[in-house]
Design a protein around this ligand. Structure first.
Ligand code: 3YP
Ligand code: ZN
Length: 366
């Protein structure tokens, strides 16, 4: 069976305005493009095309999530606020999350594209799927957008999978370099959704993503944060997978695994200070596919989040898609020899310490 792929030209038309005005609102920084702009995502899709891999994928048509579908995880007030601003000249979903006219509809399409990817996997039309969407989603909480996110694409898709396909347990493994606070908060009291986030410790949002955030009420134990020190590379991430993510998934036994997939933990990302390479992303994908085939018939869906290096995101994305399809293209990651010279990829003691602390959390999963 093939791998599904969701993309829509309108994702590229989500306007995030001028980064200088948003991030440093003074006349000290030259105006320039917002970090979350179409370029990295368009280049990812373009590399899929020129590598030939795109021809091997099954195109899944994106659709618009309805307001009712979004309201499964967001407040009506939040939806109405974004919709009203979008109908005028745009606005800011809270802070640092500017958007232009029409972004409400594009955000509906991003959530709906992630839903469509889940439908295709759950219905068995494809073995797994990647939704290359904008705007991203993992920071949006029930009542506010933030960190470039308007609606929680993955959260909306999880609620949809449960409501329409009757799936029970769903796990998310968020490898974006920033904490997946939105997904965490939406399912914080829900023991049927295991939310796991690997992220750079203390990066974004402020004071978010510690080990102490474990879920609440019936959901206690079903949120696992794995904050990693800056400088963590393939060795640390794979150790975190072996020691925390995979054992947690095996205990939880999900019916579906969804990855909020950001490539901003890469060694050259402007918004993170991690060291992951395309081979690291390939290996993490392989481990999740293994877990998915062991636990849930291989059902694995990814929905795009961050990743801001126009030169590197495409190669990380291609590696993930090669692993998901089982097809190797002739494309070599041109950064590989350069990044190899930097070293520092092996697991280091302070990283292992952080991973061991997170590993203690998995016992709470029943
Ligand atoms: C939001 C404001 C500063 C950092 C930025 C993070 C966006 C992101 O990639 N989240 O996953
Ligand atoms: Zn991010």
């Amino acid at each position: 069976m093939a791998t599904g792929f969701v993309f829509h030209e309108l994702y590229m038309w989500h306007n995030t305005w001028n980064w200088a005005q948003v991030f440093a609102p003074s006349l000290t920084v030259q105006p320039g493009e917002h970090a979350e702009n179409p370029e990295t995502k368009r280049r990812f899709r373009n590399l899929l095309e020129v590598s030939g891999l795109l021809d091997q994928l099954v195109t899944i048509k994106a659709r618009y999530a309805s307001e009712d579908e979004i309201a499964r995880v967001h407040t009506r007030e939040h939806i109405a606020r974004i919709k009203a601003m979008s109908a005028e000249n745009g606005g800011d979903a809270s802070s640092l999350t500017p958007f232009g006219k029409g972004s409400f509809e594009i955000a509906q399409l991003a959530a709906g594209g992630t839903m469509a990817a889940c439908d295709a996997v759950i219905e068995g039309r494809v073995k797994n799927a990647y939704a290359l969407v904008r705007p991203p989603g993992h920071h949006a909480t029930a009542d506010v957008g933030m960190g470039f996110c308007l609606f929680g694409n993955v959260a909306v898709a999880i609620a949809h999978a449960r409501a329409t396909h009757g799936l029970g347990r769903i796990a998310t493994v968020d490898w974006d370099v920033h904490h997946g606070n939105g997904t965490q908060s939406i399912f914080y009291a829900d023991p049927t959704t295991l939310t796991i986030s690997l992220h750079q410790d203390n990066l974004f949002p402020d004071a978010s993503g510690s080990l102490a955030e474990r879920g609440e009420g019936a959901g206690e134990g079903y949120n696992i944060n794995i904050p990693l020190p800056p400088g963590s590379g393939d060795g640390a991430y794979l150790a975190a997978f072996e020691q925390v993510v995979l054992p947690a998934l095996r205990r939880f036994k999900p019916d579906l695994i969804i990855v909020p997939s950001g490539f901003d933990a890469s060694g050259v990302d402007p918004l993170g200070r991690m060291m992951v390479t395309s081979e690291g992303y390939r290996a993490m994908t392989g481990l999740l596919m293994q877990a998915a085939s062991e636990l849930c018939g291989g059902r694995l869906v990814m929905s795009h989040e961050g990743g801001y290096s126009p030169m590197y995101v495409p190669y990380c994305g291609l590696a993930v898609m090669e692993e998901m399809t089982g097809i190797r293209t002739a494309v070599e990651d041109p950064w590989k020899p350069h990044m190899a010279k930097w070293g520092q990829q092996a697991l280091q003691p302070h990283q292992q310490q952080a991973i061991a602390a997170a590993a203690r959390l998995i016992e709470a999963i029943a």
